[in-house]
Design a protein around this ligand. Sequence first.
Ligand SMILES: [Zn+2]
Length: 437
Amino acid sequence: MSTLFTHVTALLMDDDFTTLRDGYVAVEGTSISHVGTDRPQGAFDQVIDCAGKVMMPGFVNTHTHIPMTLMRGYGGGHNLQDWLNQYIFPAEAKLDDRAVAAGTGLGLAEMIASGVTCIADMYMHTPVIARQVLDAGISANLSCGGVYFGPPEDFSPDTCADCRNQRELTENWHGAGDGQILVDASIHAEYTSSAPLWQWMADYAREHGLGMHVHISETRSEHEQCLARHGKTPIQTLDQYGVWDVRAIAAHCVYTTPEDWAVMAEKGVSCVHNPYSNLKLGSGVAPVPAMLAAGVNVALGTDGMSSHNSADLFDDMKLAAILHNGVACDPMAMTARKALELATVNGARALGRNTGRIAPGAAADLILVDFEAPNLIPCHDEAENLVFSAHGSNVVMNMARGKVIYQNGDFLTLDLERIKDEVRRYALPLLFGRGNA
Ligand SMILES: [Zn+2]
């Protein structure tokens, strides 16, 4: 399949932050084959006219728990620990594969419609998620969020359920769909496991060439309890076991310290900034400008839709920008360009993916935003409009891995009516009782 985009205005997300004007972008198979003001030679299977629209790379949402879409708006008004223990964990205990499939389908639809082409997800029932993602067409780094609550001396990888999950997930799904699915190793968090699991997961990731996905220093209490238990921060505690010796993403990092950032910069650990979730749960504000200045790669995530209430990464881009400008009393602390980098190129780097930019050879992960929409007129600067004015609903096309999967409100790989029916008739009654159907 080949596609030629004409009359293209595009943010290429290259090192010079180039805007292509009245240009052409060509796609062959799953990759971009041409970018420029000259029309490429040859015939194309389809031609898409981009007049009135702005193209940018699809978003990379680097921290999600996608089936938690089923818990959108549930248990609001609580801090992280109360919200988890009183609302989320009891609901999650009722989940089965069919409900997870329904929640994943709904979450994927929302993400695709708002311009996401690649995610990093951490959740249970991971093979079910992998199947849904494969069919939907976006790329995903999937992990199962390893926990271990038993006595450290009783740990065995043969009896630890999440070690078995990790092995099965890796063997069955790593590299599936010609790399569409990558499996990451994962430790849910320092406070939900102990040293034997950290050591096993670090060794397993290194031996199998996997990335690593961990929640880090999301709340003050979690961070301080780790200091009390181990005399070190979560970043430095896990560093002792080699957890950061592979490509790694650390979600949240709200209470991380300059010493943590030095470890992260040296070892190439990316921070995933989740501003909406952190503010909604009252967790705090991650020191993102300082982390960037310290050489840490910072990407952007929504977190689960239970603590964000939306999968619209436009919300997080805007929030990241205005939040840090406000905290720093500096309108240059987080420019539109930096916010766009968090959501695209930095996310791609965090996940080890050849996406997040528009260049020959990069994955054909592209979105079109309708700049004829009232909220995007006038346009003095495309980046300003994309970060501070646009919403996910302004996305009119999503191409993932060279295939158009969403166009003008239509889902081309998902059956949204069937998904909504499954959510309403099966998943919600299972989790919350008949009254919620
Ligand atoms: Zn999370």
